[in-house]
Design a protein around this ligand. Structure first.
Ligand code: NAD
Ligand code: UFG
Length: 337
């Protein structure tokens, strides 16, 4: 039996594929390359020496997705496919609602039809909105501040309702904190299009000379140095959590939510220092205005993932910075030749 990976060509999907293939799992992968390149899939094969079936399919194309299930014995799915840029979701809400929610509705309907009732879903710490305190546990109140976050929360609710209606479903909702870093081989990593929105890809491009200076968005937050604090997690640790989640979903039915973070918060300036220490390169930065919508602090209590999934993050912040840089220098233009 195979695991369907939606969005497998993307940043987190490609790293997860490596872990699953190395664990001997059979994979079927779909992606429409709206935010990725086919090259990442070639690199996954290069790292693992293993093969998998791939379909260039949009989740919005019901018939094409249904055909993937007709042609393969799929019993579970790890569902990464979705659009993820917070700013763009505010300017194009309909695109985000349609792609992320309709895509998931199609997927779940087809899974149900084919008796594949096991799903691991990529949610986000964004569903905690502006948390009243940190660290965050899974039972914190949920809210969102943008259409992207709204799609994550809505999908979480859809999956809960699906299980309530048919308790054969096994639903594992992974709420990722801030994934960074890259595979140690330097063959796969994050490949943002245009100017990076997120901190680590931006710093990495400053380190490699592709950008001049990092803008630190505000230094008057309620944190130890005034800059925003987040829970950065190595993407390979995050990828490993998916293997644990699938193994768990194979033994229990129900709906479970897990924070996938390290439990440690780092400020923007802590990250700049860690990056400099890991690479020996000075990062030019300037303090600028706050970015609208940003919160002071966000970090996980990941104890539930440890207790239930036997998973915990193993890489430290310097590993994350070093591996980001290694990917960047080996691939100065990402997956572009
Ligand atoms: P990514 O953009 O690199 O990967 C997503 C993949 O899904 C891409 O390859 C894209 O082409 C594909 N895709 C999108 N819409 C599709 C559709 N309709 N049909 C088929 N394929 C489609 O993003 P990522 O960083 O790997 O994130 C994976 C998942 O994790 C996303 O759901 C994202 O929202 C979630 N997430 C990411 C972060 C983060 O910081 N990277 C944090 C929390 C949650
Ligand atoms: N930051 C800068 N300069 C930059 C980019 C970011 O100072 O150029 C700061 C931000 O203000 C924030 C911190 O760095 O304090 C982290 O910002 P990111 O954009 O890297 O990450 P966010 O925490 O804002 O958001 C990320 C994902 C969201 C997801 C959220 C929680 O982008 O999709 O984590 O999982 F919802």
């Amino acid at each position: 039996m195979a695991i369907l990976i939606t969005g497998g060509a993307g940043y987190i999907g490609s790293h997860t594929m490596v872990e699953l293939l190395e664990a001997g799992r059979e994979l079927v992968v779909v992606d429409n390359f709206v935010n990725s390149k086919a090259e990442s899939l070639k690199r996954v094969k290069q790292i693992t020496g293993k093969d998998f079936k791939f379909y260039e399919v949009d989740l919005l194309d019901y018939d094409a997705l249904n055909k993937v299930f007709e042609e393969n014995d799929i019993d579970s799915c790890i569902h990464f496919a979705g659009l993820k840029a917070v700013g763009e979701s505010c300017s194009k809400p309909l695109l985000y609602y349609h792609n992320n929610i309709t895509g998931t509705l199609n997927l779940c309907d087809i899974m149900q039809k084919h008796g594949a009732k096991r799903i691991v879903f990529s949610s986000s710490a964004t569903v905690y909105g502006n948390p009243a305190s940190v660290p965050i546990t899974e039972d914190f109140p949920l809210s969102t501040t943008n259409p992207y976050g709204e799609t994550k929360l809505t999908i979480e609710r859809i999956l809960k309702d699906l299980h309530a209606a048919d308790n054969e479903w096994s639903v594992s909702i992974l709420r990722y904190f801030n994934p960074i870093g890259a595979h140690k081989s330097g063959l796969i990593g994050e490949d943002p299009q245009g100017i990076p929105n997120n901190l680590l890809p931006y710093i990495t491009q400053v380190a490699s000379g592709r950008r001049e200076c990092l803008s630190v968005f505000g230094n008057d937050y309620k944190t130890h140095d005034g800059t925003g604090v987040r829970d950065y997690i190595h993407v390979v640790d995050l990828a490993k959590a998916h293997l644990k989640a699938i193994e768990r979903a194979e033994t229990v039915t129900g709906v479970e939510h897990f924070n996938i973070g390290t439990g440690v918060g780092y400020s923007v300036l802590d990250i700049v220092k860690a990056y400099e220490k890991a690479t020996g390169i000075t990062i030019n930065y300037k303090i600028t205005a706050r970015r609208p919508g940003d919160i002071d602090e966000c970090y996980a209590n990941p104890t539930k993932a440890l207790n239930v999934l036997s998973w915990k993050a193993e890489n430290n912040i310097e590993d994350m910075c070093r591996d980001s840089y290694n990917w960047q220098i080996k691939n100065p233009n990402g997956y572009e030749a």
